[in-house]
Design a protein around this ligand. Structure first.
Ligand SMILES: [Zn+2]
Length: 287
């Protein structure tokens, strides 16, 4: 499943390709996605210019001149930029045609989604994002409030610390709920806890301020490293250019059960928390 770094890489990759370009035509396979009913006809995307591409949590927003398009890649969604003459691959469910090129939304499992959202009445890029967050974009994302973006100044160790007081839940599933900080999915939660030396089973409410500072830094470093490397490569992920990401080799504990820890040599262990696998080093990560 694409996580925050992959979606950020797609967002950054898409911007130079589509911003300033005008949609010549749009089409769909007629197949349903999560809430999309397969029908683009009433959306009137033709003739609209792409003003910006934004990301909030793991959602992409194409800011068009009259509409916002919200896109979630689900489990297996890919956005692929191709020359218009190339054949459309199987499982392409939505496409936007631009002069000479087109943007294909390909999703074999169809757990992804595309939504048309109301245009907020704001002007500059930053204000647009804020407008999206206050408007129906947020209510589409999730019924409960989303946590802060981990790569913005509003994310801090103090914020994590305050939110965690009294929390009995283990720190890893607590982070992954996304209600305090968004985008810390399974890979990055495992890797950040390893980098911070914290056992994934430690109750969130029992982490000291010092350990929370290490954790907040580790989260930012893990996400930033993954973005710099082009995003993790998991099964179906592709960047906007169709290139696999390059961060998988850098995982230190994720999906490395029984392999030796690079720091202490003890075997990496796996445990299941909230139905998800957690990977950790019993030597380096204290409870
Ligand atoms: Zn170790």
């Amino acid at each position: 499943m694409p996580e925050l770094p992959e979606v950020e890489v797609i967002c950054q990759g898409l911007k130079p390709l589509v911003v300033g370009k005008t949609i010549a035509s749009a089409g769909s396979s007629g197949q349903r996605l999560r809430t999309f009913n397969g029908e683009l006809a009433g959306w009137r995307l033709e003739g609209q210019k792409v003003l910006d591409v934004c990301r909030r949590s793991k959602h992409l927003v194409l800011v068009l001149s009259k509409t916002l398009l919200g896109l979630h890649l689900g489990m297996s969604g890919q956005l692929v930029w191709r020359a218009r003459a190339e054949p459309r691959p199987a499982h392409t469910h939505v496409w936007l045609d631009f002069p000479g090129h087109r943007l294909d939304y390909v999703d074999p499992r169809r757990f992804g989604d595309i939504r048309r959202l109301n245009r907020p009445t704001v002007t500059s890029t930053g204000e647009l994002v804020a407008g999206i967050e206050r408007g129906d974009w947020d209510s589409w994302l999730t019924p409960s409030a989303l946590g802060v973006e981990p790569l913005t100044p509003s994310f801090s160790a103090h914020g994590l610390y305050r939110a965690s007081r009294g929390v009995q839940q283990a720190v890893k599933p607590w982070l992954m709920r996304g209600h305090v900080v968004v985008g810390v999915g399974n890979i990055y939660a495992s890797e950040a806890l390893y980098a911070a030396g914290i056992h994934p089973n430690r109750p969130a409410g029992r982490l000291s301020m010092n350990r929370m500072i290490r954790l907040a830094l580790a989260i930012q470093e893990q996400l930033q490293a993954a973005i710099s490397a082009g995003g993790s490569t998991l099964r179906d992920y592709r960047s906007a250019h169709g290139q696999p990401g390059g961060y998988t080799l850098a995982h230190k504990v994720y999906d490395r059960e029984a392999e030796p820890c690079g720091q202490c040599g003890r075997a990496i262990r796996r445990l299941v928390q909230a139905q998800r696998s957690s990977f950790y080093c019993p030597g380096c990560q204290r409870a």
